[in-house]
Design a protein around this ligand. Structure first.
Ligand code: GLA
Length: 726
C-alpha cells in the first residue's frame, strides 16, 4: 500500500511486513526517512538530526542555516558536486564541462499495477502491484529524473528504477546513473556479498562495514562468476532466523557496481546500478536513459525469510516459465559424456539409456554446428554439421522423440571463432579496436551485439534452426568476458555506451526468441554461473549454476546462490565419478540429493553405469517427479552452513505445512563422531508428521529438539526425510 501525504510531501510504501518512506523537505530535497520493519506511518523525518558539521557545506538556498547540509542528510537519490561528498547516484557532464547535479522534487504520481521498462527485464504483475513515480529536476541543467517504485505488498518486495531525461537544448553526457541509493541512519551493519571464480561461484562473504567504501563489481560485460549483483546489508547479529536484513538485487546482466559506504557520521549508504566504469551515454535534447531495475526485500526475521520472499517473487513475478502450472522435464545433457566428440548414433545411444529411467528431455550440447570439433572453430556458423549429424536435426529430433523424450540444443549466439564462415565474411562484426590485436578467450571473440545487423543475422540463423525441428529447450551459453570493447558502428563519443548496448542487444534477442518460440524453455549459462542474475532469469527461467558438477563443491555454490535465487532457477545435474573437475567420487545417492536442490538432471553416459546405479537413478527420477511441487515451489529453509558445519542440510516445506522434504549431505567421515540432531524449521508445531512413512513426530519436537541423525558409515553420505502430516 502506498500512502501519499501530499501536504507534507511524505510518501510511505507499506508491504506486509515492511515500511519504506521518503519526504521532500522545505527545500524540495528528497530525503530518505525510513526503511525497516512495518510501522503505522507518520512523518519519520523527525528521526533526522541537524547539526553544523565542519566541512559539510550548505546549499545556497539554505541561507545562513549551517546545520542544513546535503552531506549529512539521508538522501533518496544522491546528487553530485553540490555538497554531498558520499557516493553519488548520478553524474552528468554538460557542454560547459560542469559535472554538477542538484535534484529537487517537482511532483509525484501513483498508479495501479507495475511499471515496465523499455528493452530491459523487470518484475511484472497485475493489480496486486502499485507504482509510485517521483519526479525530480535539476533546473539549471534542465535534466529531469524520474524515480520509479513498484510495491508488491504480499512479497515484501519494493522495486526501483530510474529514468533520466534531457529537457535542455544541448547534449548532455550521462556518466553515472545508479538504480538504487539507500541511506541508513545507522552504521553498525555487516555487508554480505557472493564471490568466487569460474567453477566456484557465489561463496558467501560477510564483514562489518568499516569507514569508507566497500564494493563488489563486474567490468567483464557479464555479471560474472566473481561477484554477484545481489548483496545484503544486515544488523551485526542477524542470522538465518533473527535480525533485520536488507537484500538488494539488480535486474541486470552486465557491468554492475554494488557499493556500501560507511560515512563520517557512521551512517551507511548502499548504491547499486550499472558500473560507471567505461559508461557514458550521450543524451541529445529530448533523449532519455532508463537505468535497470533494482529490487529490495527487508526481512525483520533474518536471512531465511528474506530468501523466501525473493524466491517467491522471482518465481511468480520475474521469470516467464513455459512450463508454468506443470513440471519442467528431467533432462540428460551429453556435454560431460562426449564433449565435442559425438555423432547421431552416440547421442541416440545416450538418450536410449536415459529414457527407460524416466528422463524426459535430451539436450545436445556444444559441437553440433559448423566446423566444431573443438573450441577453436565454428562459433557463429549456426547450421548443422552434417558429418556428425547426417540429415540434420530433422533426422535426429524424431529419433529422440521416438524414445518418448523431448529434444533441446545448445547455442552460444554472442560469440564467434576466427575460424568460421561468419568471421571470414564479417571480421568487423567482432568487438575490436582498430590498430591493435585483440584478446581471445577460449579461442573466441565477442560479436558486437550493439549492432542491429549483427543481431539480425545471428538470430535469423538460429531461428531457422529452431524452426527446423521439434525443439523444446535451448541452453544459451556465453563463454568469455568482454575485452577490446570498441564498436565500428559507434562514433568516438558514444563508445562509452557499448557495454550497456551489448546487454540490451542480448536482451533483444532473448526477447525475440521468447516471443517467437514461447513453448521453448531457455536455460541460461555462462561457463556455468558467470551470468547468474535476475536480468537473465526474466528470459531464462533456469541457469546452469556452475561448470563444477562435483556434488560436494556444489553444496557451497548452491548454498550461496539460494540466498537470493530459487531452487527452480539453479541448473543442477548428476554427473559421473570420479568428478571431472575435482577427481572426487561421491555416492550416486548423494549426487542425486544435491542435484535435486536445483532443476535436476543428468550429465553422463548412462550406458557406462551399472544395473544397480540405473535402479537408483530410476528411483531418484520417480522421487523427484512425485515431489516436484514441494521441491521446486516449496518454502526453502537452510538448516546449516556448509562452510562451517560438518554437513549441509536444507528443507522445503509446502505452503500449507502439510509436507516437507529434508535433505542432508555429510562431509568426510570421522571415527567417534558425536551424536547429532538436526533441528527442522517451518513446520506446524501441533501437527504430527510421519518421517519417511515411520512413526509420527510432533512438529514442535522436530523443530525444538530435532531429528536424531544416523551415523554415516563412509564419506559424503546423504539422507532425505519426507515428512507428511497425518
Ligand atoms: C560451457 C558450459 C558447459 C558446456 C560447454 C560447451 O563451459 O558451461 O556446460 O556447455 O560450455 O562448450
Amino acid at each position: 500500500m502506498i500512502v501519499l501525504d501530499q501536504e507534507n510531501k511524505v510518501f510511505t510504501l507499506h508491504t506486509r511486513n515492511t515500511t519504506y518512506q521518503m519526504k521532500a523537505d522545505r527545500s524540495r530535497v528528497l530525503l530518505h526517512t525510513y526503511y525497516g520493519p512495518r510501522i503505522g506511518g507518520g512523518d519519520l523525518s523527525r528521526l533526522i538530526q541537524y547539526a553544523d558539521r565542519g566541512f559539510s557545506p550548505n546549499p545556497g538556498d539554505a541561507g545562513e542555516d549551517r546545520a542544513y547540509s546535503l552531506d549529512t542528510l539521508p538522501q533518496e537519490y544522491s546528487t553530485c558536486g553540490v555538497g554531498d561528498f558520499r557516493l553519488p547516484s548520478i553524474e552528468f557532464e554538460r557542454p560547459d564541462g560542469s559535472r554538477l547535479a542538484d535534484l529537487r522534487y517537482t511532483g509525484c504520481q501513483l498508479n495501479r499495477g507495475k511499471y515496465a521498462l523499455p528493452g530491459l527485464p523487470a518484475f511484472w504483475g497485475g493489480d496486486e502491484w502499485e507504482t509510485l513515480v517521483v519526479f525530480l529536476e535539476d533546473a539549471a541543467a534542465q535534466m529531469s529524473v524520474e524515480l520509479y517504485y513498484g510495491v508488491a505488498e504480499e512479497h515484501d518486495l519494493i522495486t526501483r528504477a530510474v529514468r533520466v531525461v534531457n529537457r535542455g537544448t544541448e547534449a548532455v553526457r550521462l556518466c553515472r546513473c545508479a538504480s538504487l541509493c539507500l541511506d541508513f541512519q545507522r552504521g553498525d551493519m555487516d555487508f554480505i556479498t557472493f564471490n568466487g571464480c569460474h567453477a566456484q561461484e557465489r561463496n558467501l562473504n560477510r564483514a562489518p562495514l568499516r569507514p569508507g567504501v566497500q564494493s563488489v563489481e563486474s567490468v567483464r560485460g557479464a555479471s560474472s562468476h566473481h561477484h554477484n549483483p545481489f548483496v545484503i546489508l544486515c544488523e551485526r547479529g542477524a542470522n538465518e532466523d533473527c535480525g533485520t536484513c536488507f537484500g538488494a538485487m539488480l535486474v541486470y546482466s552486465g557491468n554492475f557496481l554494488a557499493a556500501a559506504e560507511r560515512t563520517q557520521l557512521e551512517n551507511n549508504r548502499l548504491l547499486l546500478g550499472v558500473n560507471p566504469y567505461h559508461f557514458c551515454y550521450t543524451l541529445a535534447p529530448g533523449q532519455d536513459f532508463t537505468a535497470p531495475e533494482a529490487a529490495l526485500v527487508c526481512s525483520p526475521r533474518g536471512f531465511g525469510q528474506m530468501s523466501r520472499q525473493f524466491h517467491r517473487a522471482i518465481r511468480e513475478h520475474l521469470i516467464h516459465d513455459p512450463c508454468a502450472g506443470g513440471r519442467r522435464p528431467v533432462l540428460i545433457n551429453n556435454w560431460e559424456a562426449t564433449e565435442f566428440h559425438f555423432d547421431s548414433s552416440k547421442l541416440v545411444s545416450i538418450a536410449s539409456a536415459a529414457a527407460p529411467l524416466g528422463i524426459e528431455l535430451f539436450v545436445m550440447d556444444d559441437g553440433w554446428f559448423g566446423k566444431r570439433d573443438g573450441d577453436s572453430s565454428g562459433l557463429g556458423d549456426w547450421f548443422v554439421n552434417e558429418t556428425k549429424l547426417p540429415g540434420g536435426l530433422a533426422d535426429l529430433a524424431p529419433k529422440i522423440r521416438a524414445l518418448g523424450m523431448s529434444f533441446g540444443i545448445w547455442i552460444e549466439p554472442e560469440m564467434v571463432n576466427e575460424d568460421s564462415d561468419l568471421y571470414r565474411a564479417h571480421p568487423d562484426w567482432a568487438l575490436r579496436a582498430p590498430g591493435r590485436p585483440c584478446a581471445r578467450g577460449r579461442s573466441q571473440l565477442v560479436l558486437d551485439f550493439s549492432r542491429r545487423e549483427v543481431r539480425d543475422h545471428v538470430y535469423g540463423a538460429i531461428k531457422q534452426v529452431l524452426g527446423s525441428a521439434d525443439i523444446s529447450y535451448v541452453k544459451w551459453d556465453m563463454n568469455r568476458s568482454l575485452t577490446d570493447v570498441w564498436s565500428a558502428a559507434l562514433p568516438a563519443d558514444r563508445q562509452g555506451e557499448l557495454f550497456h548496448r551489448f546487454v540490451l542487444g542480448v536482451y533483444d534477442i532473448l526477447d525475440r526468441m521468447r516471443r517467437d518460440f514461447p513453448h521453448i524453455l531457455i536455460e541460461g549459462c555462462c561457463g556455468g554461473g558467470g551470468r547468474f542474475d535476475a536480468g537473465m532469469l526474466y528470459y531464462t527461467p533456469q541457469i546452469w549454476c556452475s561448470d563444477n558438477t562435483d556434488a560436494i563443491d556444489r553444496l557451497r555454490i548452491q548454498y550461496g546462490t539460494s540466498f537470493c535465487y530459487p531452487v527452480s532457477s539453479m541448473g543442477a545435474h548428476v554427473s559421473a565419478v570420479p568428478n571431472q573437475q575435482t577427481g572426487r567420487s561421491v555416492p550416486i545417492e548423494t549426487r542425486g540429493v544435491v542435484a535435486m536442490a536445483g532443476t535436476f538432471g543428468y550429465e553422463m553416459d548412462l550406458n557406462q553405469t551399472t544395473g544397480g546405479e540405473k535402479e537408483t537413478i530410476k528411483r531418484q527420477v520417480a522421487f523427484f517427479k512425485t515431489h516436484y511441487d514441494l521441491i521446486q515451489r516449496g518454502d526453502y529453509y537452510r538448516l546449516s552452513d556448509p562452510f562451517a558445519d560438518p554437513y549441509a542440510a536444507w528443507e522445503q516445506v509446502s505452503s500449507d505445512r502439510r509436507e516437507a522434504l529434508v535433505s542432508l549431505v555429510y562431509g568426510p567421515n570421522h571415527a567417534s563422531a558425536p551424536f547429532r540432531a538436526l533441528r527442522l524449521k517451518g513446520l506446524d508445531p501441533d501437527a504430527l508428521y510421519r518421517v519417511n512413512g515411520g512413526e509420527p513426530w510432533r512438529g514442535d519436537v522436530l523443530m525444538a529438539a530435532g531429528w536424531p541423525l544416523p551415523m554415516p558409515t563412509g564419506d559424503y553420505q546423504s539422507l532425505q526425510l519426507y515428512l507428511n502430516a497425518e
